[in-house]
Design a protein around this ligand. Structure first.
Ligand code: NAP
Length: 262
């Protein structure tokens, strides 16, 4: 069955891979990203891969006016989004005792408020249309564990908030036929892994990540965005019809592993 899907952060990485997977299944796509050129490019490629209509929108998920406009435009052109991937996210790290309040607010604003606003306006559209649906939100292992690399306070707090939000929404909206779940990607090979790394140092940085993935991630490598897309498209589909309020961890065993050898 063809559904209308809304994907935020669709211009890159995991959101892009999920958009292409949904396109290949012939769904209608509302694609949202802060980068207008990138989301247009993903929209064009999605049509080529089989999408049954695409609406690309440049918008900032931390702005309620932007999110309201996105959901209204997608609903007008493609119908209410019964499959939503609230995924856009950013990461800035630094020691908490030196962390600027403005950066904390920016991270919480995009990662947590952005997911809340996306869910809020999608839920309203679904209730208005009298239909159920599925919402998947992107968490992170840092919602559950502190990383040895450190400096992760704001990002971790935003992702921990998403896991709590998902459970609360799942309970509240089950009676409306809306399922709400989280996907937890581990270290996935996307531009996100190089945020804050100067261009000249990027190749060496990625090489270092690949090397440490070999020893620290039980499956011995970084993940691919397409592997996360498999979990997301399953959660979005009716194949996951009895799954709500859950967290699907797609991290190669990263969070299952203790650093202790005994
Ligand atoms: P990515 O390749 O950087 O893609 C994220 C996309 O979201 C980018 O196109 C980004 O644009 C866009 N975006 C940023 N702020 C936005 C905003 N305010 N409104 C709308 N779009 C915005 O990263 P990714 O790896 O696919 O990450 C997707 C999600 O997975 C994020 O929530 C991230 O926290 C989470 N995650 C990723 C990993 C990983 O290892 N990759 C692990 C755990 C969780 P710009 O590039 O212009 O910022």
């Amino acid at each position: 069955m063809t559904v209308t899907a809304l994907v935020t952060g669709a211009g890159s990485g995991i959101g892009r891979a999920v958009s292409f997977a949904l396109a290949a299944d012939g769904h209608k796509l509302g694609l949202v990203d802060i980068d207008g050129d990138r989301v247009e490019a993903v929209a064009t490629e999605s049509i080529g891969r089989g999408a049954n209509g695409v609406v690309p929108i440049a918008a900032d998920v931390s702005s309620e006016e932007d999110v309201r406009r996105c959901v209204a435009k997608i609903t007008d052109h493609l119908g209410p989004p019964t499959a939503t991937f609230a995924n856009a996210g950013i990461e800035v790290n630094g020691p908490a005792h030196e962390f600027p309040l403005a950066t904390w607010q920016q991270i919480l604003g995009v990662n947590l408020t952005g997911v809340f606003l996306t869910a809020k306006h999608v839920l309203r559209a679904l209730i208005d249309a009298g239909v159920g649906g599925s919402i998947v939100c992107t968490g992170s292992p840092s919602a559950f564990v502190g990383f040895a690399g450190g400096g992760n306070a704001a990002y971790s707090a935003s992702k921990g908030g998403i896991i709590a939000l998902v459970k609360s929404l799942a309970v509240d909206y089950a009676r409306h036929g809306v399922r709400v779940n989280a996907v937890v990607p581990g270290s996935i090979d996307t531009p996100h892994l190089s945020i804050g790394i100067p261009d000249a140092e990027r190749a060496a940085h990625l090489e270092g990540l690949e090397r440490s993935a070999g020893t620290q991630i039980p499956l011995g490598r970084l993940g691919r965005p397409e592997e996360v897309a498999e979990a997301v498209t399953w959660l979005l589909s009716t194949r996951a019809s009895y799954v709500t309020g859950s967290t699907v961890v797609c991290d190669g065993g990263l969070t299952a592993r203790s650093a202790n050898d005994f």
